[in-house]
Write a protein of this length. Structure first.
Length: 408
């Protein structure tokens, strides 16, 4: 795939599992067709594996999931709006409380409370508000504050870059090697099918650094620096892509590390430290949630070859086998932006995420009936699984090919 052809004009359409509008280069004509083979592949997960489905079976599964989606869309209303506005209000209140405690407090207790409140605000804004609003989950409300194509979130990544690399690329080509650049974020080897390189020996340390500075990894993701070093993208194109990122990053740095500390006068060092820690806390939490939903053992990747001529039902099956959920309380689900239901999110990225816990039992029952692994576990269990996988794949083992699907 020509990496320069992916632009923000592309938008994933969950209604038909395809891209509704993209730049029309020859490269994108090839990759925006609904791409998979006549069957799906096995997905081993903690001793379990998904049953191979024929295309007819996958399409039947897809029709059942389509029915769930249609039912939720028909039921959207005031309670969905009330939820997101309540979260926005809570995040705003937490931000004000946190900054006030940091600015005017003088003791360790108010520092811890202020930093915690600010970190909570940043997590809510990033996960439940920013990520979900930018998916267009609330476009149907007509509220300008909830428009997915204009919302700008509180991290260094420009919203338009995210809508391109995540909403379009990742959610269209989920876990397809060579098309989904979210696989390891181009830093890490997270699948056996990825070829080993010498730099992967350091990936346990690289992963820790990515976790601490996760917003920066996300922010630089759409610059396509790796493609530039390989000669696949010109320096001029890199410069064009860098402009919005540098402007957004400059604003975030000035806001959190210059303006707010200066406004605190003699408390400037305290405010600076609190802002740094709040951002790091948000980064660590976001990294943990995202990696636990995408890279624990058993979540599989696909080759471009095996996803050619993929039907909508087979697209659904790929989302199921390329995702994992997290178990926890209602509060934990909220803090993850309901990405603790990563399977449901990959199936229905445009549905309000707060609806995922309601439909999860039905999705799980469908998966069980069709013999598909519904991967789920606690945050500590999944995070330990991810860590072991990162360490295991740091060693020079021979990369295996993604198995070709055969007629069942």
């Amino acid at each position: 795939m020509d990496t320069q052809s992916i632009e923000t004009s592309g938008r994933f359409d969950p209604a038909n599992g395809a891209v509704t509008s993209v730049v029309t280069s020859d490269a994108t004509r090839d990759v925006t067709r609904s791409p998979m083979s006549p069957t799906t592949e096995l997905r081993p997960a903690h001793g379990k594996s998904s049953r191979r489905l024929s295309r007819d079976e996958a399409d039947a599964l897809g029709r059942e999931l389509d029915a769930i989606r249609a039912e939720v869309l028909a039921d959207l209303g005031e309670r969905d709006v009330a939820h997101i506005r309540a979260v926005m209000k809570a995040a705003g209140a937490a931000s004000i409380a946190g900054r006030t405690l940091l600015h005017f407090g003088i003791d360790p207790v108010t520092f811890v409370l202020g930093t915690s409140a600010l970190g909570l605000a940043k997590i809510l804004e990033n996960m439940e508000i920013g990520h979900n609003v930018m998916h267009g989950q609330y476009d149907w409300t007509g509220d300008p504050a909830l428009r997915g194509d204009t919302y700008e979130w509180d991290i260094v990544c420009p919203g338009d870059d995210w809508r391109s690399s995540h909403n379009y690329e990742h959610h269209t080509f989920t876990n397809i090697l060579g098309k989904d650049r979210d696989i390891g974020y181009q830093f890490l080897r997270v699948a056996d099918e990825q070829p080993w390189e010498l730099r992967h020996l350091a990936q346990p340390v690289t992963a820790l650094a990515l976790a601490v500075f996760f917003e920066w990894g996300v922010g630089m993701h759409d610059l396509r620096v790796a493609e530039t070093t390989r000669g696949e993208q010109s320096l001029a194109e890199l410069g064009r892509r860098s402009g919005p990122f540098l402007a957004k990053a400059g604003w975030q740095i000035a806001k959190d590390y210059v303006v707010f500390p200066l406004l605190a006068g003699p408390n400037a060092p305290r405010v600076l430290a609190g802002n740094v820690l709040a951002n790091v806390a948000r980064n660590l939490w976001t990294f943990s949630v995202i990696f636990c939903g995408h890279f624990p053992e058993g979540v599989r990747v696909y080759s471009e070859e095996e996803t050619k001529d993929e039907s909508r039902g087979e697209w659904y099956v790929r989302q199921i086998n390329g995702s994992a959920n997290l178990e926890g309380s209602r509060w934990m689900h909220l803090m993850t932006g309901h990405l603790s239901h990563q399977i449901e999110h990959h199936l229905f990225p445009d549905l309000p995420a707060a609806r995922y816990p309601e439909i999860a039992p039905r999705v799980r029952e469908i998966c069980e009936r069709y013999g598909q692994v519904y991967a789920t576990g606690s945050l500590p269990t999944q995070l330990a699984d991810v860590a072991k996988r990162i360490v295991r794949l740091s060693w020079p083992r021979r990369a295996k090919r993604a198995p070709s699907a055969a007629v069942a």
